[in-house]
Design a binder for this molecule. Structure first.
Ligand SMILES: Cc1cc2nc3c(=O)[nH]c(=O)nc-3n(C[C@H](O)[C@H](O)[C@H](O)COP(=O)(O)O)c2cc1C
Length: 220
């Protein structure tokens, strides 16, 4: 079985990367002969959908496929044939990062049919995991409506593929807070959450990986 772990953070050892790594271990614990490929979206020069609509052209050669011929195309072609995908993104201005949005446009739009049922042309109904990491605490994130945006992305993923399993990691630790101008946060408070909550988030990321692997096996 083949899985992709996709990091939408520029920080290769950051919160998102660490949670994704744990989720990968979770997959391995269930399917130890699985092939898991990790992708850092920031390493790939690519853009989002260019709105050419070749993927929607009646009787077109590229119907249901992304025609955009760039470095990302061969990678995308492999991802859409996989058994499971775990997406991880830091939250930037209340939504997933810019590169993750570009990814979602390219991943979803070719398969999206504009009909009453929102039919999907996806070749595989792979299992999908979504990991979000953010600086704010849960209460503030909910007050600001972050989850509504996450749910909107996930609703389309569900229509095209399967219902995503998600994990939210709040109040993340980014750097030594005493060294940056950020008076809303204190180093002590941030370190406290880092020590008490982040290990639980890592355990939950492992469990998410296990669930993705189990779901993928059931679809097989
Ligand atoms: C450009 C930018 C925008 C951000 N916007 C938000 C935001 O709107 N809400 C939030 O809670 N955190 C925000 N953050 C913080 C990150 O989402 C958070 O620290 C995340 O866990 C970083 O993940 P990483 O360690 O994997 O890079 C922002 C960070 C950056 C760099």
């Amino acid at each position: 079985m083949k899985f992709f772990i996709i990091n939408g953070s520029p920080r290769k050892d950051g919160n998102t990367a660490q949670l994704l790594e744990k989720s990968s271990e979770g997959i391995k614990s269930v399917c130890n002969d699985s092939e898991i490929e990790s992708i850092n979206l920031y390493d790939i020069p690519f853009n989002g959908c260019k709105s050419c609509f070749a993927c929607k052209k009646i009787n077109g050669r590229h119907y249901g496929k992304c025609v955009y011929n760039d470095d990302f195309k061969p990678i995308l072609e492999k991802i859409v044939q996989s058994d499971g995908v775990i997406l991880g993104s830091p939250v930037y201005f209340g939504d997933v990062s810019g590169v993750m949005r570009c990814f979602l446009e390219r991943f979803i739009f070719p398969f999206f049919v504009y009909d009453e049922k929102m039919t999907s042309l996806a070749p595989k109904r792979m299992a999908i995991g979504c990991i979000y990491t953010m600086n704010l605490d849960e209460e503030t994130a909910r007050q600001l409506g972050y989850h509504e945006l996450f749910d909107k992305n996930e609703m389309v993923l569900e229509k095209m593929f399967t219902k995503p399993i998600h994990l939210y990691s709040y109040d993340t630790y980014q750097f030594d807070y005493s060294k940056y101008k950020m008076e809303l946060f204190t180093k002590e408070e941030k370190l406290k959450t880092r020590k008490t909550q982040f290990p639980i988030d890592l355990e939950n990321a492992f469990k998410l990986g296990e669930k993705i692997a189990i779901e993928a096996e059931q679809h097989d």
